[in-house]
Design a protein around this ligand. Structure first.
Ligand code: MCN
Length: 782
């Protein structure tokens, strides 16, 4: 009997190599004659460049070349923005190396190429740059004021847009309850384990770029468009990639520049960022001000929701910058029914590092907004936060359900996930303890936070992306090749960088073709091997890329059936396929798929018109997005004397439909939840009044360590997706999206008796302590 692979908690095939140092990180790669490039970066947030003199650097030992932005101006083009969200969005020119003006600290202004990176770094000191300072623009609201200094000639507004559904005026008119809050989504810095690194080489005619990227395929197209090098002359390789979390979903200045520099000097050029260089210049995430108003009836039923966002674009629009806040546009209404919804967003330029996709991209922000509002509504009505959610959520028998923002959720069961979470969490007991601590005036208060989230992932149907003015499609490509000896080679357009696709794709193929898991290899991340692809982001790889591979398997089986029928001298309809063998129904006669692969290879006896190959390709473009959901519950202890928050318990029950590999899924959730907790309690990118980033090191930018994080209790419920044949939903971002509001709701819940109804993220001990002191001065006591 063959074991079903899909659903098995297989250990990852990738890990033996990854954990024993036999990896191919970009920085490990070397090419004959390779040189190293280092960039001189602007120390000013905003300034005119009046002079750059690189001649002092050129004379230093080991230095091969040095260039200013002016030297590259004719060939460097402008970094692309592929999401012109509105007709009139302002997309400023964005030279990879600044030529006349710098607009954030860290922008490259010159570079040195030398025989090693240390000589290159030292030589940067010999470059002279004269700047004429211009005013920094840091605060989003101030940037929008008419008298604000301008980041770009066209002004500081990149775009604004509004969507309304239902009669929003009527929903708010005479509403018995209106809750209004302003939340800040602080700026975050993605911190992948592997810093960014690029190696470019050319033979004078064609180019190869090895880069720590999530998007080798998208990058190849964009490099061709940006540099004018013909697409067929560019090969992009993403070797082993040590995480990205959205930060490597980018066409970076350094990638474009390394390619151009290799062309200039005709030798391979490598750049690897230092951690502090990375904090300055990897694109940042979040950074929104959210103004929300929720109108409800006295029994807690939501009438309408108004959302007004101001989103910090930073100094330029990178690949997806303006679209990121809009990924949350259909998500603020979340799992709740309401009569009307209004969403408005203004994208603002400031003199800071541009923002772009960071795990969840737009959806964590939206989920935070609505889940915080649900708790505030509950507090206003003196109701249990779960009860107010129950009164508003879509009931399981109502699926498929088209929400007020126009998305149709295919399946879900919020009741089941919540019930399971409640029993694992011991909700009633914790509420009793909370009441007791409040009564006793315990300096350590207990807070309970709820997040009943959903999200929209699996990006995505090309048709819908087109309607949203996204610059590309959302299909994925898969290829399955039976080798002569019966082994299987899978080629995927997905580009894993920690998600374990090699393992989960092997599980899918093992079941589909009836071949052993060990007999399957998965190739990816090289445009010369995986010719087509749309890469990995938006928790899309399984529900788009995995399905493309499954579809390719189905086509391989169709071909194999024709060959089997020919060899077994029967009709294809008389064959049944089970556990890798085509059998003539009702007999013992059959052919294994491995035998058929060999028969296709020898080609001695093929039916007329059948080619000597057993392989196939498929492209999958789903009809809709993927809508995982779940209930996360968090209990915190907040020390009111020190402001310190300790997460006491955390329960996450997620519904991601059918699961391919439960072990990988657990890992995704653990990592995701850690990242969401990090936003709630730890991380923040801080700029000073002149626009200098203060959090350039890991001592200043506080990433939580394992010791700061709680044990997480995970469980699952299962509402299979109807949008793909596996019934699976995406999971890569779910934990991050769900957890931030669960934690902040818990902190606020602990502090509510002190008159506190919000703490700005990250809820550091200092912020909590200050909030308590302010309320104490106002006379608030529990
Ligand atoms: N999976 C499964 N069953 C499901 C859903 C998923 O077994 N029902 C498995 C998949 O087969 C895959 C993994 O879980 O092996 C993640 O699948 P998916 O949800 O499709 O997400 P992607 O593979 O597209 O990964 C992207 C997602 C995103 S958007 C970010 S950001 C993120 C994340 O993945 N960045 C990561 N997880 C990360 N994990 C690591 N280690 N490093 C990152 O940078």
């Amino acid at each position: 009997m063959t074991v079903q692979e899909v659903g098995r908690p297989r250990r990852r095939k990738e890990d033996t190599r990854l954990l024993t140092g036999r990896t191919q990180w970009t920085d490990n790669l070397s090419r004959p004659g390779m040189l190293h490039v280092m960039f001189l970066r602007s120390p000013m947030a905003h300034a005119r460049i009046t002079r750059v003199d690189v001649s002092g650097a050129r004379d230093l030992p080991g230095v091969v070349a040095a260039f200013s932005g002016q030297d590259l101006a004719a060939e460097q083009g402008s970094l692309p923005c592929a999401w012109p969200v509105t007709e009139d969005v302002v997309i400023p020119d964005h030279p990879p190396m600044a030529v006349t003006e710098v607009r954030y600290v860290g922008e490259a202004v010159a570079c040195v190429i030398a025989t090693d990176r240390y000589r290159a770094a030292d030589a940067l000191d010999a470059i002279e740059v004269d700047y004429e300072p211009l005013p920094a623009v840091l605060d989003m609201n101030e940037a929008l004021a008419p008298d604000s200094p301008k980041v770009h000639e066209a002004g500081n507004k990149a775009y604004s847009m509004q969507i309304t559904s239902g009669d929003i005026e009527a929903a708010f008119r005479d509403a018995p309850v209106v809750v209004e809050r302003t939340f800040t989504q602080q700026r975050l810095i993605p911190s992948a384990m592997e810093p960014r690194a690029v190696l470019a080489d050319t033979d004078g005619e064609s180019y190869t770029l090895w880069t720590s990227s999530q998007i080798p395929h998208v990058l190849r197209v964009m490099l061709a468009v940006t540099t004018g090098i013909p697409e067929h002359k560019i090969r992009v390789v993403a070797p082993d990639v040590g995480g990205g979390f959205g930060s490597k979903l980018q066409v970076t200045a350094e990638e474009v520049l390394c390619l151009l520099l290799a062309r200039r000097i005709g030798r391979p050029v490598k750049w690897t960022e230092s951690r502090s260089e990375g904090n300055l210049t990897v694109h940042h995430g979040r950074d929104q001000i959210q103004h929300l108003r929720l109108a409800a009836d006295a029994d807690g039923r939501i009438r309408g929701l108004r959302v007004e966002l101001i989103a910090d674009m930073g100094a330029y629009l990178l690949l997806l910058t303006p679209g990121i806040p809009l990924l949350g546009a259909s998500m603020f209404n979340a799992i709740y029914k309401m009569d009307a919804y209004e969403f408005g967003c203004t994208g603002v330029f400031t003199t800071k590092m541009p923002t772009d996709a960071y795990r969840g991209a737009g959806r964590p922000e939206a989920t935070f907004g609505i889940e915080r509002m649900m708790d505030e509504l509950a507090a206003e009505l003196h109701m249990d936060p779960l009860e107010v959610r129950r009164r508003n959520w879509i009931r399981h028998e109502e699926f498929p359900y088209t929400t007020i923002s126009g998305l149709t959720y295919d399946s879900g069961n919020y009741e089941a996930a919540t019930e399971r979470a409640l029993s694992l969490f011991g909700y009633d007991k914790l509420r009793a303890e909370q009441a007791d601590r409040r009564d006793r005036g315990d300096p350590v208060q207990l807070g309970i936070g709820v997040s009943t989230y959903t999200e929209m992932c699996g990006l995505a149907p090309s048709r819908l992306l087109g309607e949203g003015r996204f610059g590309a499609g959302g299909w994925e490509h898969g290829e399955v090749r039976m080798l002569p000896t019966g082994k299987v080679e899978v080629v995927t357009g997905s580009s894993p960088h920690g998600q374990g696709h090699v393992t989960s794709w092997s599980q899918i193929v093992a079941d589909a073709l009836g071949v052993p898991f060990e007999d399957i290899t998965v190739l990816h991340g090289d445009t010369a091997i995986a010719h087509k692809g749309m890469d990995t982001y938006g928790s899309r790889s399984l529900v788009v890329g995995g399905i493309a591979v499954l579809k390719a398997c189905e086509k391989v089986k169709d071909k194999a059936r024709v060959l089997a029928a020919h060899l077994l001298e029967c009709s294809p309809d008389d064959l049944e396929f089970e556990a890798g063998t085509f059998k003539v129904r009702g007999t013992d006669s059959g052919k294994t798929i491995q035998e058929l692969a060999f028969a296709a290879f020898t080609a001695h006896n093929l039916p007329d018109g059948v080619e000597a190959r057993l392989d196939s390709v498929a492209t999958f473009d789903p009809e809709t997005y993927s809508f995982p959901h779940g209930t996360h519950l968090c209990a915190v202890e907040v020390d009111t004397e020190t402001g310190r928050t300790k997460i006491r318990s955390y329960v996450a029950v997620d519904d991601i439909g059918k699961v391919i590999n439960p072990l990988i899924v657990e890992g995704q959730l653990h990592g995701g939840i850690a990242q969401g907790i990090a936003q709630a309690l730890f991380e923040e990118a801080v700029y000073d009044a002149e626009g200098n980033l203060l959090t350039t090191t890991m001592a200043d930018y506080l990433l939580p360590s394992a010791a700061d994080l709680p044990d997480v209790t995970l469980d699952r419920t299962e509402s299979p997706a109807t949008s793909n044949p596996l019934g699976a939903k995406g999971v890569g971002e779910a934990g991050t999206i769900a957890s931030t509001p669960a934690v902040v709701n818990a902190v606020v819940d602990a502090l509510r008796p002190y008159g506190i109804d919000d703490v700005r993220m990250p809820c550091t001990p200092e912020r909590v302590w200050r909030a308590l002191q302010e309320r104490a001065q106002e006379g608030e006591r529990p």
